[in-house]
Design a protein. Structure first.
Length: 273
């Protein structure tokens, strides 16, 4: 039985492994490019109200807060929230933040109103029911607002096992190997996430593969390259097929359309002007 994963027991190690590595640097760089596009799209709504759902220590949302926006960060792990508070305070951004100890599925109990932007990054693959959690968050996006979703890609997990020769493991359905505590419990199929978003009425704005080849490189170095070259090549390939769909993670962002009431208000304002 898969349960929602709480990182109280591994908060320090998780933060170090996610953010203090080359993998983390690629992830941050590639996804930030997409977030910059989203912020440009929402530039007429200043300052933004942002929800970092299951936000960990809030590496990317801190970059958003630095631009003057307001962030609510929630996490199921109280230990992760402590790390987040320390890191946010160190960067002088506590005034921009509200920290909430809550599961993402219950965040509606802590929000006074829907928000302009939701970050939901690398959380779904740790949940027993990822669709239900996503549906809860989609209801908290304002008309015209955007949700940014990053998930552990089933196709990437399958491809990694194929090239490593783990065919028996694949035939068994790729069950989670408990000895790898920082490996997500399961991969999420991209077509499922895309359909969940569109079925909820959201318009897909962009898709990006996160680490489209880095994680497949041989552990024993055989080529001639620097990390800077890897990062540059990841940025070059991450929005092109077939590389996009082979990313170990996929970042997809989608917009909730303006509702009829808001459209009518805009029309009325133009008429009055």
């Amino acid at each position: 039985m898969i349960k929602d994963r709480n990182f109280d027991d591994l908060a320090q190690k998780f933060a170090k492994n996610i953010y203090g590595t080359g993998k983390g640097q690629i992830r941050q760089t590639v996804v930030w490019q997409d977030l910059a596009q989203i912020l440009a799209l929402l530039e007429n709504k200043q300052p933004l109200q942002v929800l970092d759902a299951g936000g960990g220590v809030g590496q990317l949302s801190q970059k958003i807060a630095e631009l003057g926006h307001h962030v609510t960060l929630c996490d199921l792990s109280s230990e992760m929230l402590k790390l987040a508070e320390q890191d946010i305070a160190k960067n002088g951004l506590l005034d921009q933040y509200r920290l909430v100890h809550s599961a993402v599925q219950d965040i509606d109990q802590h929000l006074d109103a829907p928000v302009d932007l939701i970050l939901f990054h690398a959380v779904m693959e740790w949940l027993a029911d990822p669709k239900q959690a996503l549906d809860c968050l989609l209801q908290q996006v304002k008309p015209g607002g955007v949700i940014s979703v990053m998930f552990y890609n089933y196709n990437g997990l399958l491809f990694k096992n194929l090239i490593c020769g783990n065919l028996t493991h694949i035939e068994e359905g790729m069950p989670h190997r408990k000895r790898f505590k920082l490996q997500p419990q399961k991969g999420i199929k991209p077509e499922d996430v895309y359909s969940w978003l569109t079925e909820a009425g959201f318009t897909l704005l962009g898709k990006t593969g996160v680490r489209t080849f880095h994680d497949y490189m041989q552990t024993v170095r055989v080529g001639d390259y620097s990390f800077e070259q890897v990062l540059a090549m990841e940025q070059q390939l991450c929005r092109q097929e077939p590389f996009l769909s082979l990313g170990r993670y996929i970042h997809v962002y989608a917009q909730r359309p303006l509702d009829d009431t808001e459209d009518n208000a805009h029309t009325s304002n133009k008429d009055n002007g």
